[in-house]
Design a protein around this ligand. Structure first.
Ligand code: HEM
Length: 496
């Protein structure tokens, strides 16, 4: 009797398992990659989460690149409630940027935009429209113009020199945490450019900026279920972002309260001077919150992007001793024993610039750019795209497209020799700063903040991995966030 019951239980279990498998296979067949005329190709999906399971356990830009290689450089993904079009080739990017840039000029409403962006009144999160046009104009003409970037030259030089002195003081042969030092350096350059001086809350301010960048990766539960507000509370994200926002807001309030307008002449105005002057002018209608939103933008968009580029450049050079030797030889020949580096000394150094471009190709700091959203239904290359669909540009995949790049995965700065490519490829094959109307307005400042610190770090010191590790043992693992940074801090041993 016992054995009959056991056999029955077994057969019931197997029947349930079999039924589940059949149901699953039918479901998979019914919902897998559709290539009908009006819908983009897509992988098989599950109820509720859509295609999210394809990204579980992957670093999103790499997971998306693998999916695109199977399903196409223009594919559809259902990410929870969000319908997303993923663009993964130069050809598809070119078509969108040249024909549909305005249609996809909007940013989706997000929790980060609401809380950190002062209800989307900064530049990064602002919806496409008159307000965005106005603050973008302020950004390009008044805050980040070539003249303004140049006006910060002496403070960049001073802060880089301070870093060199600090490393020297810590002693030859002792490991230095370059990640920490580089972020501190860039944040200090920004603090002085924004406020004219270091601020007493500098450490708290930069730590909160960093924390905020970690919280705004773009594929968390609140990003894929934007309408399920209870999830934003349950996940703790709303509380965490609010706490970061309050701290940043308090600090900026203090800085503004202490700000003495009379000390600023128009030629050496800080970012805050400019914004407060424009706030009081009849031309613009900026509120106090708008000013704070733009200041937070400058820090969040400008610090990690440059810092991570410097870190990846050094990491790639450690991994490639040939390129390291070449870039150091170029610097040492040009500077010929000079102590302090001025920007004029390094402007024309071609290999240093090739190293920076190749680093931005392999490690674009924002590999998925910033999300865009269409403001109307559109027919894209024969496919019907619904209103509010999001656009994800996988610049990481574009910058490594084997159709455009030979040995795409290898660090070869020479590939940019004799190429006119500067911050954007003519065929949309190189997009570290994005493209179109929402392209980065801070590229000149960003590059200046990469070039001089990198030159100083490479010129004054030779570097190796700690504990006698060989150059190919360097850890290159990435950590995903709004900017993609090294998973582990870059610890290197200087000699001088
Ligand atoms: C190496 C340095 C930098 C890199 C690689 C970089 C990259 C980018 C990228 C990829 C975007 C998104 C473009 C898009 O969505 O199409 C962006 C947007 C933006 N960046 Fe940068 N950036 C850098 C430095 C800076 C700096 C120094 C600032 C200002 C201080 C800045 C301010 C902004 C702003 C305000 C936006 C939003 C533009 C808009 O939505 O209209 N960036 N950046």
């Amino acid at each position: 009797m016992k054995s009959i019951l056991k056999a029955m239980a077994l057969s019931l279990t197997s029947s349930i398992a079999l039924a589940t498998i059949i149901f699953f296979v039918i479901y998979k067949l019914a919902t897998r990659s559709k290539s009908t005329k009006n819908s983009l190709p897509e992988p098989w999906r599950l109820p509720i989460i859509g295609h999210m399971h394809h990204l579980i356990g992957t670093i999103p830009h790499r997971g998306l690149m693998d999916l695109a290689r199977k399903y196409g450089s223009l594919m559809h993904l259902q990410l929870g409630e969000v319908s997303a079009i993923v663009v993964s080739s130069p050809k598809a990017a070119k078509e969108i940027f040249t024909t549909y840039d305005i249609t996809f000029g909007n940013r989706p409403e997000t929790l980060s935009g609401e809380i950190i962006g002062y209800h989307n009144t900064d530049i990064v999160f602002a919806p496409y429209g008159e307000y965005w046009r106005q603050v973008r104009k302020i950004c390009t003409l008044d805050l980040l113009s070539a003249k303004k970037v140049k006006s910060y030259q002496s403070l960049r030089e001073e802060e880089c020199w301070n870093l060199v002195q600090e490393i020297k003081a810590s002693g030859s042969g002792r490991p230095v945490n370059l990640s920490e030092n580089i972020f501190k350096l860039i944040a200090m350059i920004f603090c002085r450019a924004a406020f004219g001086k270091g601020i007493k809350e500098h450490k708290e301010f930069t730590e909160n900026v960093k924390e905020m960048l970690r919280e705004t990766g773009g594929l968390d539960v609140e990003d894929i279920f934007p309408s399920k507000k209870f999830l934003h509370h349950l996940s703790g994200k709303r509380a965490r972002l609010t706490s970061i926002h309050k701290k940043l807001d308090n600090i900026i309030n203090n800085v503004v309260a202490e700000h003495n307008v009379k000390t600023a002449s128009k030629t050496n105005e800080t970012l805050l001077d400019v914004l407060l002057r424009l706030k009081d002018s009849a031309e613009f209608q900026l509120t106090a919150d708008n000013v704070k939103a733009i200041i937070v933008d400058m820090f969040t968009a400008g610090t990690d992007t440059s810092a991570t580029t410097i870190e990846w450049a050094i990491s790639e050079l450690i991994k490639c001793p040939r390129a390291m030797e070449k870039v150091q030889a170029e610097l040492r020949k040009a500077l010929n024993g000079k102590e302090k580096i001025h920007e004029e000394d390094i402007k024309e150094l071609s290999y240093l610039n090739l190293v920076i471009k190749e680093t931005l190709r392999l490690h674009p700091p924002l590999p998925l750019l910033l999300r865009r959203e269409c403001h109307q239904a559109v027919n894209l290359a024969g496919y019907d795209i619904p209103n509010k669909a999001r656009l994800i540009f996988n610049v990481f995949a574009i910058n490594r497209d084997p159709e455009y790049w030979k040995d795409a995965e290898t660090f070869i700065p020479e590939r940019f020799e004799n190429s006119s490519t500067t911050i954007m490829g003519a065929e949309y094959e190189f997009l570290p700063f994005g493209a179109g109307r929402r392209m980065c307005p801070g590229s000149a400042l960003g590059l200046a903040n990469v070039q001089l610190p990198l030159a100083n770090i490479l010129y004054h010191f030779n570097w190796k991995l700690p504990n006698g590790a060989s150059y190919d043992q360097i850890d290159m693992t990435e950590r995903f966030g709004l900017t993609v940074v090294r998973q582990t801090e870059l610890l290197l041993v200087p000699s001088f």
